[in-house]
Design a protein around this ligand. Structure first.
Ligand code: ATP
Length: 308
């Protein structure tokens, strides 16, 4: 994969005005090797987002003839609310994000995906993608200064705007600890940032982009407690007032999500808040019990599990 990113980094330098979230987004959606199959309709209008409400309406999707990735998936992300996707590997979480970003179009009879009531197949891809911010698991940084890496969320951002975004993303103090501050080069040829730091740079970038809709992919690797806290604070600042869909691997990080969808074999098998799902005593409750027992035996929920 690294080989593919080097030329992409070069491209980033040359075409600063390109769709600048492309590199990260493709990484998130694991699509570097997959062709984009989607074409805009002739004279398709731009998407105009008023509220940022997302709706999946009976979505069925297969990548090929052998497997069904999503079956009858329906849910709504109301304006400004946070919806988290959980489920084992292969359950369909990334497919939901890929479809919303329109890497594939649903065919006739496969259901609909709507934003503020507009079918996303009917609007231009570029306007759709402009409305969506992406924070991937493992963001790719350009071999450039940290200011550049944050600032490309919005072309022409001032240093004050970049600094404000870095502060909100809990990254400002770390940046000041570098010898050259915001002018420090990062990436392969500069200071190597940790996974948690790269994610906070991506959050700062997305704050500058200021999209009404967010797609988030939580890092799978365990982070130390203070990094985890910084990221959670940064994410809280980012999701405020926006509609968000996140893939969660650590169930503890989504306990405050407005809605959690539990996926299994491409279907939503349970949904509710964290509290409701634990009380339901089904798949989510057993996933939660497993994670609690492997992370912290003294967690309040560990007790209710061991008394079962
Ligand atoms: P993970 O947590 O491992 O990322 P996931 O829940 O995101 O998993 P998806 O990537 O959405 O799962 O995959 C859903 C199903 O679609 C799986 O059966 C998977 O094998 C299949 N799938 C995913 N991508 C492709 C592809 N490009 N071609 C064919 N099948 C695919």
């Amino acid at each position: 994969l690294a080989q593919l990113y080097t030329p992409l980094n070069q491209l980033g330098y040359t075409y600063r005005s390109m769709n600048q979230s492309l590199v990260d987004t493709e990484r998130l959606l694991k699509l570097l090797n997959e062709p984009t199959e989607v074409n805009d309709r002739e004279n398709a209008p731009d998407l105009i987002v008023e509220n940022g409400e997302i709706e999946f309406d009976n979505v069925n999707f297969s990548y090929d003839d052998h497997t069904t990735a999503l079956r009858g998936v329906s849910f709504k992300v109301p304006k400004g609310s946070s919806v988290a996707l959980v489920g084992e590997s292969g359950a369909g979480k990334s497919t939901i994000l890929r479809l919303l970003y329109r890497f594939y179009d649903l065919q006739e009879g496969q259901g609909r995906i709507l934003i503020d009531g507009h079918d996303i197949r009917d609007v231009t891809q570029s306007s759709l993608r402009k409305a969506i911010g992406v924070v991937p698991q493992d963001p790719v940084l350009f071999n450039a200064t940290i200011a550049y890496n944050i600032g490309y969320g919005k072309l022409g951002s001032t240093s004050e705007e970049i600094e404000a975004a870095a502060k909100s993303a809990q990254m400002h103090d770390r940046i000041l600890s570098f010898h050259e501050g915001y002018d420090t080069k990062v990436g392969e040829r500069g200071v190597r940032l940790s996974g948690g730091e790269k994610q906070r740079v991506a959050i700062a970038r997305t704050l500058l982009k200021d999209p009404p809709i967010l797609l988030l992919d939580e890092a799978t690797s365990a982070l130390d407690t203070s990094t985890e806290k910084d990221i959670q604070n940064a994410l809280q600042n980012l999701v405020k007032g926006r509609s968000s869909l996140s893939i969660a691997h650590r169930l503890s990080t989504i306990s405050s999500a407005d809605l959690i969808l539990v996926l299994k074999d491409g279907q939503v098998v349970e949904q509710g808040t964290h509290k409701e799902l634990v009380a339901m005593d089904g798949l989510f409750a057993s996933m939660w019990a497993d994670q609690v027992s492997t992370t912290d035996e003294h967690h309040p929920y560990a007790e209710s599990r061991s008394s079962k």
